[in-house]
Design a protein around this ligand. Structure first.
Ligand code: 13P
Length: 340
């Protein structure tokens, strides 16, 4: 294992207040998001949309790494240039989602286990040859009165750790993503409790599987009230609960934490990330960054709607959200940036 190489890549992904752009939606998820906007669910539409993203002028000012999907890493611009070359030329490091999706977990009604370990060593070697320098695996934890079960947490944590070890063996920095979902009626306190249990279990497994914490990035959820909870926590409460949970469960050897957005609006995700960096930066052992999909892409997708004539405006919206999150890392975001 090239330990120093992993540390260097992780550092580059976290440097300059830039963050990660997740553009690795599976075909199914991408098509679902397209269909709500009347965009055809075709390979060409997905290619055109990803071309819009990777050719956004100046995106590399705010984005250090882009997570691609298997289809996307093989695709190219209309002029034949591979997307991987386009983003590398824009000073953005290419990454790749390598899990095979969250599937129903046997004997655990309502819970999911992420698959994709079979053949992973060979796939990582192929992606590395294609230019990927980091990878992502997402585990999904659902919550209600009785969930999550220990079985679900432990199985997902072990898969994340086995994936991370294989990534490091192949020279790729693993992004370790245990996502506790926002959906449900749970309170902020319950989300905090479950997220802490999940993170503690994940780090125990990472240790057991001999993953070098210095050469990985954690991608957790923020601690939030469930979407259907009648009492929605304010920004200060969210920031305090999220930081309390992370301080308790994430070792200082981890270089960075890059949040997922999980369905928060772009503005709220920026407000919360900004508040964490403003209030806690001097006490943080790790960098607090972002690895958003919807909270960066959604406005751009809604403007584009599959129309060539809207590409420029969509790129401006994408650039703007990337810039807002860069500012949030610096503690310089304010909602005025989102007023016309
Ligand atoms: P969201 O920011 O839309 O939650 O997506 C992040 C991600 O990569 C999910 O795996």
């Amino acid at each position: 294992m090239n330990f120093q190489g992993l540390i260097d890549t992780a550092k580059m992904l976290l440097a300059g207040d830039r963050g990660l752009l997740a553009m690795d939606e599976s075909n199914l998820t991408c098509n679902k998001r397209f269909s709500t906007l009347g965009i055809p669910p075709t390979e060409e539409a997905r290619r055109a949309y990803r071309e819009l993203i990777v050719t956004t002028p100046g995106l590399g000012d705010f984005i250090s790494g882009a997570i691609l999907f298997d289809e996307t890493i093989r695709q190219h611009k209309k002029d034949g240039t591979l997307f991987v070359k386009t983003i590398t030329d824009a000073a953005i490091i290419p990454g790749i989602k390598v899990d095979a999706g969250a599937k129903d977990m046997a004997a655990h009604p309502g819970e999911k286990i992420t698959e994709g370990l079979d053949g992973l060593r060979d796939r990582l070697s192929e992606y590395s040859k294609m230019g990927a320098r980091f990878a992502k695996w997402r585990a999904v934890i659902a919550m209600d009165n009785d969930l999550p079960s220990r079985g679900c947490i432990e199985a997902n944590a072990q898969s994340l750790a086995r994936y991370a070890a294989l990534c490091q063996e192949a020279g790729l920095v693993p992004i370790v993503e245990p996502e506790v979902l926002m959906s449900g009626e749970h309170t902020l306190e319950r989300c905090c409790e479950v997220t802490e249990e999940v993170l503690r279990t994940v780090f125990k497994q990472l240790y057991t599987q001999r993953v070098a914490l210095e050469g990985m990035i954690l991608k957790p959820n923020m601690v939030l009230s469930g979407l259907a909870c009648p009492k929605q926590a304010g920004v200060d409460e969210v920031v305090e609960a999220t930081m309390r949970c992370l301080f308790r469960s994430v070792p200082a050897a981890v270089p960075g934490i890059a949040f997922l957005s999980g369905g928060q609006s772009g503005e709220l995700a920026s407000v919360r990330l900004n508040a964490m960096n403003t209030r806690f930066k001097s006490r943080l052992p790790w960098t607090l960054s972002f690895s958003f999909a919807r909270a960066i892409q959604q406005p751009a997708l809604e403007i584009w709607r599959g129309e060539e004539a809207h590409v420029k405006a969509a790129q401006q919206a994408l650039y703007h959200r990337a810039k807002c999150n860069w500012a949030a890392r610096r503690g310089e975001y304010n909602t005025e940036m989102d007023r016309p």
